[in-house]
Design a protein around this ligand. Structure first.
Ligand SMILES: Cc1ncc(C[n+]2csc(CCOP(=O)(O)OP(=O)(O)O)c2C)c(N)n1
Ligand code: SF4
Length: 249
């Protein structure tokens, strides 16, 4: 019998620690599927963040390096420059990438480093118990904004793709979501394209993926998907923010 569906080769056969309904697991699978599709498993290096995805180094069947909180783009820069023939990606949450790691993100983009950032935006600090993140929406209740994020005192949410789109060294930026099957397929296409652009030496690529955190949002997995659609998508519209274009064959 032909197998219609199996575990991607690039995804380790181990139990993951994510909470029920958390979409980190789907995103891991998509990154692994993209590696399989491009046949780059033996020449890919991932950089794991600090955040809920800290154990990503156990979940991908490729070489992985752990970075200190926020420093993944700097670590990826070093790995890529020493091993330019490898595909190098970071996997980072919004706290890791857009709070403590803002400088690393912006300067890696400005240098046009030929790396790919998989940016998981769940609008909250998941691992540490649900504090406000840079991407927390105005009015959103978190552990540190119990009355809702007040933009007068706690500032406005940061839109990573919109900011990076202004930077010359950036080759490709797309915001995707994993809230339904159509969007999951779109997310996979975007990740694959980013890796392909890296293979073609096009420069810095980042895919922002809108993701859920049922545990810290205080919602069921299904309610979380609705909350993402009703609240995150209007503020963080899906789409391509920059694309230097495919190579002409
Ligand atoms: C230098 C440093 N500062 C702060 C922390 C605490 N810390 C660990 S994970 C985290 C935020 C994680 O949130 P995010 O990056 O959004 O990822 P998520 O857990 O939501 O996937 C923080 C602040 C740390 N580990 N190291
Ligand atoms: S705390 Fe949130 S982001 Fe972390 S694994 Fe649980 S649901 Fe996912």
């Amino acid at each position: 019998m032909t197998k219609a569906f199996e575990r991607p080769k690039a995804l380790a056969d181990v139990q993951q620690h994510y909470c029920p309904g958390c979409t980190h697991g789907i995103i891991h699978r998509l990154v692994a599927e993209a590696m399989d599709c491009l046949d780059i498993n033996g020449k890919t290096v991932g950089v794991a963040p600090v955040g809920c995805a800290v154990f990503a180094y156990n979940y991908f069947n490729c070489d992985m390096q752990q970075a200190a909180h926020g420093r993944a783009p700097a670590v990826a820069t070093g790995v890529k420059r020493v091993h330019p023939d490898n595909i190098v990606f970071t996997y980072q949450g919004d706290g890791d990438l857009a709070a403590i790691g803002t400088a690393e993100m912006i300067h890696a983009a400005a240098r046009g480093e030929n790396i790919t950032i998989i940016f998981v935006n769940n609008a909250i600090y998941g691992m540490t118990g649900g504090q406000m993140a840079p991407t927390t929406l105005a009015g959103q209740v978190t552990q540190t904004t119990p009355y809702g994020r007040n933009t007068q005192t706690q500032g406005y949410p940061i839109s990573v793709c919109e900011i990076l789109a202004t930077i010359e060294g950036v080759a490709y930026l797309e915001r995707v979501s994993v809230d339904n099957v159509k969007n999951i397929r779109g997310a996979k296409k975007a990740i694959e394209k980013a890796f392909r652009y890296q293979k073609e030496d096009k420069g810095f690529t980042l895919i922002e993926i809108l993701s859920t955190c049922p545990t810290n949002w205080g919602l069921t997995p299904l309610e979380s998907l609705d909350w993402l659609r009703d609240n995150m998508m209007p503020h963080y519209p899906l789409g391509i923010f920059k694309d230097k274009g495919e190579d002409k064959a």
